[in-house]
Design a binder for this molecule. Structure first.
Ligand SMILES: Cc1cc2nc3c(=O)[nH]c(=O)nc-3n(C[C@H](O)[C@H](O)[C@H](O)COP(=O)(O)O)c2cc1C
Length: 358
């Protein structure tokens, strides 16, 4: 039995496991499969239009009857700064030259918009059981509307101070995101990456600081990790990287290969790909310009200058300029259908927990 049932009661899922929302590498298919396996399905909406998000939710609702988490970014939108963008293009110029691209050609702006009134209308229309945010919480008026729609609200904390802030501002559960985690750091009250605690240190300190249930995230990829999270006081886990190689994800073939070959020390935290710190398997541009560069334009504008390089390189089968977001436990990922993986993760965790209890 699970030692803490608070999340099971809150989400009404079979297992206290959340499929992490992973913008850019998944859609309805992975969410459906994870839900069929007993996890809380998440649909990342940060890179979707309202229409696309509505379509994806309708696909999920048609194919599975299970609770759903819609995930949004809620950073403060910063307008693109033409001077920084131009300097960034200059920095990337040797790559443009190598790939035969014109740095002066117009590029569509990077598409990671924060949660806004239009998305809030959609939440009111669709009433997902759970709404999760990354980078804090939206402005109070929008948050009130989400709560009034009956949604459970959760968000990521990377330090104890953020966890306390989230609880004080209405989060019903808190994702404690350790530094091992793949993807963007959810940090919003700190900018210092060097200070970001790992999951093992963060989870018990967040558990001590808040009353709401804590969901451990970062570096959890098998039954051992899940059992450890419960031992640290978490009531559940959010798992991303371990699901990336499932056949239902939208990870492109060369990225799958990079993930399959990655080792414990293959990932780094970089700001080069989007302008915000995120962990991924080191690629050529992260190594060449970063992993941290003061020249990277603010989030998400660094991605704009990289987009033509990414597209051209991917056509050649290369992930030199592709976000390979993944956490430090990438090596533990398995190529397995997501429903099966979910059941295997839960089964292994329960077996380990009962051995530890005995
Ligand atoms: C490929 C990838 C994309 C991600 N995209 C998002 C996202 O769109 N929204 C979000 O809240 N978190 C995102 N994350 C972070 C996860 O929510 C979570 O913190 C992380 O996956 C947990 O660590 P793990 O990858 O070691 O399991 C992403 C993570 C990965 C690996």
């Amino acid at each position: 039995m699970w030692p803490d049932r608070r999340l099971l009661d809150l989400f009404k899922t079979e297992f206290p496991i959340l499929l992490a929302p992973m913008a850019g590498v998944m859609d309805a298919d992975l969410a459906i499969a994870a839900a069929q396996g007993g996890a809380l399905a998440s649909l990342p909406c940060a890179m979707l239009s309202v229409e696309k998000a509505r379509e994806q939710v309708s696909i999920i609702r048609q194919r599975v009857s299970a609770p759903l988490n819609l995930n949004f970014f809620c950073h403060k939108a910063e307008p693109a700064d033409p001077r920084r963008e131009a300097a960034w293009k200059q920095r990337l110029a040797p790559y443009y030259k190598e790939l035969g691209l014109d740095p002066a050609a117009p590029v569509n702006a990077a598409n990671r918009a924060p949660f806004d009134a239009a998305m809030c209308d959609l939440v009111e229309e669709l009433r997902p059981e759970v709404v999760s945010f990354h980078f804090g919480l939206p402005e109070p008026a929008l948050l009130r509307r989400v709560k009034a729609a009956g949604c459970i609200v959760i968000s990521s904390a990377t330090i104890v101070k953020e966890a306390i802030w989230l609880e004080e501002n209405g989060a019903d559960a808190i994702i404690a995101q350790g530094a091992e985690a793949g993807g963007h750091r959810g940090m919003f009250l700190t900018e210092n990456i060097a200070e970001q605690p790992g999951t093992f240190a963060l989870v018990p300190q967040v558990v001590d600081a808040v009353k709401v249930p804590v969901i451990a995230a970062g570096g959890i990829a098998d039954g051992r990790g899940i059992a450890a999270a419960f031992a640290l006081g978490a009531a559940g886990v959010q798992i991303g990287t371990a699901y990336l190689r499932c056949p239902e994800s939208r990870v492109i073939a060369p990225a799958r290969l990079a993930l399959a070959q990655a080792l414990d020390n293959s990932t780094v935290i970089t700001n080069v790909m989007t302008g915000r710190p995120a962990r991924g398997v080191a690629n050529r541009v992260m190594r060449g310009i970063g992993p941290i560069s003061a020249d990277a334009p603010a989030f998400p504008h660094a991605a704009t200058g990289l987009a033509p390089l990414k597209a051209a390189a991917e056509k050649l089968g290369s992930v030199d300029f592709t976000n390979l977001w993944a956490g430090q436990a990438v090596r533990l990922g398995r190529e397995m259908p997501a429903a099966e993986l979910t059941r295997a993760l839960a089964g292994a965790a329960l077996a380990r927990l009962s051995r530890m209890a005995g």
